[in-house]
Design a binder for this molecule. Structure first.
Ligand code: PLP
Length: 388
C-alpha cells in the first residue's frame, strides 16, 4: 500500500490509462462494419510499426503462438533450418521445429553474447540445404540484442528465409522488415506494445508468402493462408480478441503521435540509464556489448539469490523485477524497461535494486548511482540512433 506497484519485467508491462479506458468500452461485433473499419486502421499502424507493405496478421495467442504458426506455415517436416541459440527463447525455436519434424542445426552462441553474422554465413555454407534461419531480435532470457540487420544482409543472398522472434524487440528497437530483408517477424502484445497478453502478430515477406503457398496447411487454427485471405477483407479467420484490437488502435496511435524515432530513442536512453547506474553500483552487467533496449540483465554475486532479491524489491519497494531463466535463474535479475515506462519508473527501479542489494548484504560504495543514471539518460536522449 505504501508504494505504487511498478511492473519492471520484460513482459507483461504496464498499461497506459488511454489503452485501459479504450478497452473498457462495450463489445462490438467482429463481423460488422464497425470492426472492419477498426481493423483497417490497425492494419495501417501495424505496417508502419513492422516497416512492411505486407499484411500483419493478428491472432489470438501469446507470442509463442505466432512462433509456432511461423514454423508450421513456412516449413515442412524433413526440411532443415538453422537456429541461432543464445538463450531460452532461442531454444524454443528449436523445440517447436523438432516437434514439427524439422531438422535443426544449432548455431551455439554463449549466453550473454550476440551472434557473429559470420557464424551464420559459415553455417549456411556448410548447410546449403537449409531453408530457414531462426533467431531472436532480443533474447529476453539474457538481455541480448542480436545484429539482425547484418544477418539479414546474409540470408537475403541465400535461399534461407530469415525468421525473427521480435516479441521483446518490436516497438522497442528499430527492426524495419522490408528495409532489412527479414522474411518473417513475429511479436506479442504484452511487451513493447503496452497491451495485456493474448495477441500474437505475424508478418511474412513476399518470398516467405511464396514459400508458404507451397506448404500444405497442417494446423486448423494457425492456417496463415486462410488468415491472410481474411486479413485482406479486414477480418480474421476466427473470433478476434476484439478488446485487444481496440487497445492496439490506441497504442499504435500513441506511437504515431510520439513518432517511432522518439520511441526508440527513449528506449535507448532508458537502457543507457539503467546500465550506467547499475555499473555505478558496482554490479555486473551480463550482456556487455550486444545489449537489448528493453531489458537489462544483471549478474549477482554467487552468495546472493536473485529470487530473494526480487521478492524483497516487491515487498519493500513495490518494484517487480524478473529473476533469471534456465541455469541462470537464481543468479540474474532482469530489469525490464520496455513499453509504458519512463525515467521516473526507472529511478524507482534503480533505487529498489540498490536498496534490496544492500538489505541482502551487498555493498555499494557509490552514493550517486541515480545521478549517474540520469546523466546517462539525458546524454543518450541527444544521441542519434540508426533507424534502418
Ligand atoms: C516473452 C517472449 C516470448 C514468449 O512470449 P509468450 O507471449 O509468453 O508466448 C518469446 N520470445 C521472446 C524473445 C520473448 O521475450
Amino acid at each position: 500500500m505504501l508504494n505504487k506497484p511498478r511492473l519492471l519485467t520484460p513482459g507483461p508491462t504496464p498499461l497506459p490509462e488511454r489503452v485501459r479506458l479504450a478497452m473498457a468500452h462495450d463489445m462490438i461485433h467482429h463481423r460488422k462494419a464497425q470492426f472492419k473499419a477498426l481493423f483497417g486502421e490497425v492494419q495501417t499502424g501495424l505496417k508502419e510499426l513492422f516497416g512492411t507493405t505486407q499484411v500483419v496478421l493478428p491472432m489470438a495467442a501469446s507470442g509463442t503462438g505466432a512462433m509456432a504458426a511461423a514454423v508450421t506455415g513456412l516449413f515442412q517436416p524433413g526440411e532443415t533450418v538453422l537456429v541461432v541459440e543464445a538463450g531460452r527463447f532461442a531454444e524454443r525455436w528449436s523445440e517447436i521445429c523438432r516437434m514439427h519434424g524439422i531438422h535443426v542445426v544449432v548455431i551455439t552462441v554463449p549466453w550473454g553474447e550476440g551472434v557473429a553474422p559470420q557464424a551464420v554465413q559459415k553455417a549456411l555454407a556448410a548447410h546449403p540445404e537449409a531453408s530457414g534461419v531462426l533467431m531472436q531480435l532480443s533474447e529476453t532470457s539474457t538481455g541480448v540484442q542480436h545484429p539482425v540487420k547484418e544477418v539479414a544482409a546474409i540470408t537475403r543472398e541465400s535461399k534461407a528465409l530469415l525468421v525473427v522472434d521480435g516479441i521483446s524487440g518490436v516497438s522497442i528497437a528499430p527492426c524495419p522488415m522490408d528495409a532489412w530483408g527479414i522474411d518473417c517477424l513475429v511479436t506479442g502484445s504484452q511487451k513493447g506494445l503496452m497491451l495485456p497478453p493474448g495477441l500474437a502478430l505475424l508478418a511474412f515477406s513476399g518470398r516467405a508468402w511464396q514459400k508458404a503457398e507451397g506448404v500444405p496447411p497442417c494446423n486448423f487454427y494457425f492456417n496463415l493462408l486462410a488468415e491472410r485471405e481474411n486479413c485482406l477483407k479486414n477480418q480474421t479467420n476466427f473470433t478476434t480478441p476484439v478488446s485487444l484490437i481496440v487497445g492496439l488502435r490506441e497504442s499504435l496511435a500513441m506511437f504515431r503521435e510520439t513518432g517511432l524515432e522518439a520511441v526508440y530513442r527513449k528506449q535507448w536512453a532508458l537502457t543507457r540509464m539503467v546500465r550506467a547506474s547499475v555499473k555505478a553500483m558496482g554490479l555486473t552487467l551480463y550482456a556487455p556489448t550486444h545489449f537489448a533496449w528493453g531489458v537489462t540483465s544483471i549478474l549477482l554475486p554467487e552468495a546472493m539469490n536473485a529470487s530473494t532479491l526480487v521478492a524483497h524489491a516487491t515487498s519493500q519497494h513495490g518494484v517487480i523485477f524478473a529473476a533469471g531463466q534456465g541455469h541462470m535463474k537464481d543468479r540474474m535479475v532482469r530489469f525490464g524497461h520496455m513499453g509504458w515506462v519512463d525515467y521516473g519508473d526507472i529511478l524507482a527501479g534503480l533505487h529498489a535494486l540498490a536498496a534490496s542489494y544492500v538489505a541482502l548484504g551487498g555493498f555499494i560504495s557509490c552514493r550517486d548511482y541515480l545521478e549517474q543514471g540520469l546523466v546517462a539518460y539525458h546524454t543518450a536522449l541527444q544521441e542519434p540512433i540508426t533507424l534502418v
